[in-house]
Design a binder for this molecule. Structure first.
Ligand SMILES: Nc1ncnc2c1ncn2[C@@H]1O[C@H](COP(=O)(O)OP(=O)(O)O)[C@@H](O)[C@H]1O
Ligand SMILES: CC(=O)OP(=O)(O)O
Ligand SMILES: [Mg+2]
Length: 837
């Protein structure tokens, strides 16, 4: 980001309210002052966050319009910030150049008296409604002091308008200024109440304000929630503690999207009266958890109860939601259209406790499949699976559905191509299957589902699962481009759940979070570190939910504590990766900034020379025609993510076909796997038998006389050998990086669990490191399909691993197959975390 100083011409800015800026940029050492050391907790959590790169538009004092560019306007690029001092409290911005600081003096020392202001979407009819949150201003002029190495360039009261590059940055700043977290907002046409004696154009109601954005805040030091409105005819903000309202609506008119909340307690009572009322006569409220929590008083002296300073001066609060056609048009946009149900349904907020057992639904949208498992669960207990449905083959038609209830196969490989085009369709069909099954007693109606956990592949810097709120949702949307085969397919499912399950809590579980332990020297790319930090360009790693499951399951199998195990784990499915797990934690993994890096996958190239793509096609920097409103991918990303991998080599994404053709003389078998519907599903203990039961590590040559078939089988052999080579290279590298202290090589994922041929070929390749299969090639000794529910099966030499046969006199490392279960891992994590109950 470069700094822009403009003056003179009609297209340039420099504020007349400021003293004249220099006519050329000051020559400072570096565009980012690397010596800046933020001190507050807020800032230290944020320093690495490029979202903080904000633009502050300093406009002359009396300008009321945002974006109204006068000839003398000046733009200063900002970020990150720190809030310092008391009396006066200041927002201290780091700027682009060393020695350049912008100080924003906050007019009140009480954070609760400050209401940063953003627009209602109606103000910009044709813009994306979300963008309104990018522009932040304040009702009254504030003092701004701007200092460069030339001294104080500006120091006076002006209207301050910040323009953020991301919504998260804007939300975070608003939250920091107020010391309350902004957790949601709703566009409303009018908010009315019986205060202020005003009738507005909607009838005989007395209004607080019209056309605005209502904001929902949560106190940082308690779980109290507040709503803020702008009473625009009085030019003043109103804030109400949500607890002051009945959760039942006294009036609700869906046609007009109006709600009316009845206020509890005495009207026009004092704060203390209303607090007393809250303590004595009220029914338990949706936010009563906060009073049970015994939250400590805040450092600034704001106790939970004192923060309820707004005296209850109304009897009711009415809200009419926006009817702006631009907003309504995005009916699948959870942020705006369903504002009414979201207010009606406080479960979407963080205050509601789920009491007793509930049903957890775990949704795993992979690149070629959607797998959903349902569990009955109690807080702190291991969830018990009641059903599992999956639609697979989304990239290798025909897509097929499998349904298991209570461990029994109910539907086996039913073709569903006519009903399913993508992950969202697959999820809808899965839901229908679950809800319409009368014998699935745990789920009689959708309301039985209390928690829905979603596997979100790219979680950026999140290190633990998150309740899905607008803030989280926006954040994840911004990561879509980094995981185009995944996040972009998961978020429509999240939206559908938020809309269709108003009484459920939606939780995002991240594939990347397990890898937050990767050390810096491994996760860092050797590029300019300022740019890397700003763009958060580093190795993230994926399949972490699976690796977390694998780590626990393997440790249990080996009878060790998870913190004592060293594993080389291979998750091999449509997306394939390897992970070095040291002391139970991720030490390195093959995927990187995106799931494209590392091993090749069904449609992904894996790691290639980064220059390759420029030689592949000339227009690779252009936006791909496959880009959508929500997902922007370049041609290069499209080619490497979707037009590469085994699909590019063989024409199929079905690895069964590849493995069968590559390892068996083609005359003898038809490599097409069958997907028959089982007429009697209950008598098959293994609904997914391995179609390549005779593994051969030796890749055979085809003797089919048909040259086309010969070519094809050569392609399959090439794809198979290439994958074996790449996997083995990672096993070797990780063996070294774990200094040879490896308890086990673990295979998992659709291919790792089911393709004995692939396992055999890999183990043979890495045999020099002491790995070896059982005499039967690890098939009969415990193919996972025959494991009768065993989660981990030892397919290694001698079953027990054999002592002393490994390198350097160490025990021979095991070779295990783990039936990984990402859905269970998510359900388990959510069941354990009190925040989600
Ligand atoms: N028996 C099998 N032998 C070899 N490959 C298999 C077998 N069963 C499934 N696969 C392959 O596993 C891959 C899907 O793996 P999975 O982990 O379920 O997918 P996703 O990446 O969508 O989560 C597909 O390429 C599929 O062909
Ligand atoms: C991260 C990834 O590639 O996931 P999947 O294998 O489920 O597509
Ligand atoms: Mg998967």
């Amino acid at each position: 980001m470069s700094r822009s100083w403009r003056s003179g011409s009609s297209s340039s800015f420099a504020s007349s309210a400021l003293s004249a800026p220099p006519s050329h940029p000051p020559q400072h050492a570096s565009p980012v002052d690397s010596t800046f050391t933020p001190t507050s907790a807020a800032i230290s959590a944020l320093t690495a966050d490029p979202d903080l790169a904000a633009i502050c538009l300093l406009t002359p004092r009396l300008s009321r319009k945002l974006f109204d560019r006068t000839p003398n306007e000046m733009t200063v690029y900002l970020g990150p910030w720190e809030i310092v001092g008391a009396n006066p409290r200041r927002l201290l911005w780091q700027c682009s150049y060393a020695g350049e600081v912008l100080e924003h003096f906050l007019p009140s020392d009480n954070p609760n008296e400050l209401f940063p202001h953003t627009l209602h979407a109606q103000h910009r009819r044709f813009g994306d409604p979300r963008e309104m949150e990018l522009y932040l201003s304040f009702q009254e002029p504030h003092r701004i002091r701007y200092t460069t190495t030339d001294g104080i360039v500006h120091d006076e009261y002006i209207e301050v308008k910040y323009e953020f590059t991301t919504i998260e940055g804007s939300i975070q700043l608003q939250s920091d200024i107020r010391r309350r977290d902004l957790i949601d907002w709703f566009d409303a046409d009018v908010v009315w109440s019986d205060t202020d004696r005003r009738t507005d154009s909607y009838g005989s109601v007395r209004g607080l304000g019209t056309i605005q954005r209502i904001k929902l805040w949560r106190d940082r030091y308690s779980t109290f929630h507040y709503l803020t409105f702008y009473a625009n005819h009085r030019r003043r903000w109103k804030e109400y503690l949500l607890d002051d309202f009945d959760t039942d609506f006294r009036q609700r008119d869906d046609r007009h999207k109006r709600v009316q909340l009845g206020a509890r307690g005495a009207r026009r009572g004092s704060a203390s009266e209303s607090n007393q009322g809250r303590g004595q006569s009220r029914r338990p409220s949706i936010f009563s958890r906060s009073s049970r929590n015994n939250n400590p008083p805040a450092a600034n002296g704001n106790t939970a109860s004192s923060s309820a300073q707004s005296a209850l001066d109304i009897r009711y609060l009415g809200i009419q939601f926006s009817r702006n056609p631009n907003i309504q048009a995005g009916t699948d946009d959870t942020r705006f259209a369903p504002a009414l149900p979201r207010v009606c349904s406080p479960m979407n907020l963080n205050g509601l406790a789920i009491n007793g057992p509930t049903v957890i639904l775990s949704v795993n949208a992979g690149s070629s499949s959607v797998k959903v498992s349902a569990y009955t669960a109690e807080q702190g207990q291991s969830p018990i699976q009641i059903a599992e449905v999956q639609v697979s083959g989304l990239t290798a038609p025909p897509a097929s559905l499998k349904y298991e209830r209570g461990g029994k196969a109910i539907v086996k490989n039913r073709e569903v191509d006519d009903q399913v085009n993508d992950q969202r369709d697959a999820f809808s069909l899965i839901l229908k299957t679950l809800v319409e099954d009368d014998d699935l007693h745990g789920i009689q109606t959708k309301d039985d589902i209390g928690i829905i956990c979603h596997r979100i592949v790219h979680g950026g810097d999140y290190t633990k699962p998150q309740l899905i709120t607008n803030g989280t949702y926006h954040h994840l949307e911004n990561l879509n481009d980094l995981a185009p085969l995944h996040n972009a397919n998961s978020l429509p499912i999240v939206r559908l759940c938020v809309q269709d399950f108003p009484s459920a809590r939606n939780v995002a579980c991240f594939d990347s979070q397990f890898h937050s332990t990767i050390p810096e020297h491994i996760r860092t790319y050797p590029i300019n570190q300022d740019i890397a930090r700003r763009g958060r360009l580093r190795k993230y790693g994926f399949h972490g939910i699976s690796y977390s499951f694998i780590t626990r399951a393997t440790a249990e199998f080996l009878g060790k504590d998870p913190s004592d195990v060293n594993i080389i784990a291979l998750h091999l499915g449509s997306g394939a990766s390897a992970c070095a797990i040291k002391g139970g934690k991720s030490w390195d993994t093959s995927m990187g900034l995106t799931p494209l890096a590392g091993l090749p996958g069904a449609t992904r190239s894996g790691s290639v020379d980064p220059s390759l793509v420029f030689h592949y096609a000339s227009d690779v920097g252009k936006l791909s025609p496959a880009s959508t409103k929500d997902l922007h991918i370049s041609r290069a990303e499209e080619i490497l993510n979707k037009q590469a991998g085994w699909k590019a080599l063989t024409g199929t994404t079905d690895f069964r076909v590849i493995a069968a053709a590559a390892t068996t003389p083609s005359k003898d078998r038809d490599p097409t796997p069958s997907n028959d519907l089982d007429p009697n599903p209950s008598n098959d203990p293994d609904p997914d038998p391995d179609p390549d039961p005779t593994p051969s590590p030796t890749i055979t040559s085809s003797n089919d006389p048909d040259p086309q078939k010969q070519d094809q089988s050569q392609n399959h052999r090439l794809a198979f050998a290439l994958l074996v080579d790449r996997i083995s290279a990672f096993v070797g590298a990780y063996y070294v990086s774990l200094h040879g202290r490896v308890d086990a090589l673990v295979f998992a994922g659709g291919i790792g669990e089911r393709s004995a041929a692939l396992r055999a070929a890999v183990v043979e390749e890495v045999g020099c490191l002491g790995f070896g299969l059982g005499e039967d090639g690890g098939v009969n000794g415990g193919g996972v399909g025959e494991g009768e529910g065993a989660v981990v099966v030892d397919v290694g030499r001698g079953g027990g691993g054999g002592e002393g046969a490994g390198l350097g006199g160490r025990p021979r490392p095991r070779v295990l197959v783990c039936r990984t279960d990402e859905q269970f891992e998510m359900a388990r994590t959510c069941a354990e975390d009190a925040e989600f109950w």
